[in-house]
Write a protein that binds this ligand. Structure first.
Ligand code: BDR
Ligand code: CA
Length: 309
């Protein structure tokens, strides 16, 4: 079992990633850390707790983190149009208590990596701000984080926020660059592969008709996400499983094929957030191909186990 911290900005595909991780015995979730991105950090924390409560894991701890980018004080990018006004496709998830952990996400990451050196995998599916702040505060973590499986970037394909930038990198280009250049081993799961892993409308009908509250709410949430994708990318025929693919690769790295690259992230001008990769023997592992059928099946089987319980 791998010790894992999942860093999220919950968000619809973040919610799917949480559901997948909860049903994966290969993963021991130490805790979930949140930050701004799709929604505010506060909303991401609330949404995460609602998902955990619905999926019968209310005991899992959620640590709230950064509300602003690493080197800038504004929060430029939110994605309510993709994820709904509440970040969960406007589906009405049951309320949860608003008591949150007092420890900051950054300190939680540091304390867990220190407690279990070279054993903790970080799955980061939001901006890289929490991790960048942790590395800046405690530089020795560079040698003690086992690996980061990072959803972000678009090395060989166009971006999804601008023609150049993917949302998690656009949201905080400085932190993405800092973490990718830090020396921590990274597997990068960008739009290069996530735009090929799709959830289809038919699956939602199965969830909808499951008769469970979780199945119905998840279907409603994903219909919203799918409507957005149909408008923006009608040729795709589904919505992208960005964040779940990072969880999948942390479980089984053979879902993707990678190449070693040095990746820099543009921090200025119209190309801000663009990830630029160049082959390099000691670089990070950039996913360029994905076994989409095998991954999607794995994801669906596990998520359905949680939704239909
Ligand atoms: C990424 O951006 C967010 O909107 C999604 O949750 C995902 O992490 C995709 O570009
Ligand atoms: Ca996300």
């Amino acid at each position: 079992m791998k010790k894992v911290i999942l860093d999220v900005d919950t968000g619809i595909d973040d919610a799917l990633a949480i559901a997948y991780a909860l049903q994966s015995p290969e993963i021991e979730l130490l805790g979930i850390t949140t930050g701004y991105g799709n929604v505010s950090a506060e909303e991401a924390t609330r949404n995460t707790k609602q998902i955990l409560a619905l999926l019968q894991s209310p005991e899992l701890k959620v640590f709230q983190g950064a509300e602003h980018p690493f080197k800038q004080s504004d929060t430029r990018h939110r994605a309510y149009e993709v994820h709904g006004d509440n970040g969960l496709g406007n589906a009405e998830f049951p309320d949860v208590n608003d008591v949150i952990e007092t420890e900051h996400a950054v300190d939680f990451i540091i304390s867990m990596v220190k407690a279990f050196p070279n054993e903790v995998t970080l799955i980061t599916v939001a901006t890289q701000t929490n991790v960048a702040l942790a590395l800046e505060k405690e530089p020795s973590l560079v040698k003690e984080i086992d690996r980061i499986v990072m959803m972000g970037g678009a090395v060989t394909v166009p971006g999804n926020v601008t023609p150049y930038a993917e949302a998690n990198f656009f949201g905080d280009a400085d932190s993405a660059h800092y973490v990718l250049q830090s020396g921590v081993p990274v597997t990068l799961i960008g739009l290069d592969v996530t735009m090929q892993t799709l959830l289809k409308r038919d699956e939602l009908q199965v969830w909808e008709h499951s008769g469970t509250k979780a199945g119905q709410l998840f279907a409603q949430m994903c219909h919203f996400y799918m409507d957005f994708y149909e408008k923006e990318n009608p040729q795709l025929g589904g919505c992208a499983l960005h964040d779940p693919l990072a969880v999948g690769v942390a479980i089984d790295q053979s879902f993707v094929q990678t190449e070693k690259m040095n990746v820099i992230v543009e921090r200025e001008g119209e190309r801000r957030g663009q990830s630029v990769g160049e082959q390099a023997p000691s670089g990070i592992d950039v996913a360029l191909r994905v076994d989409r059928e095998r991954f999607t099946q794995h994801f669906l089987e596990r998520v359905q186990k949680g939704l239909f319980a």
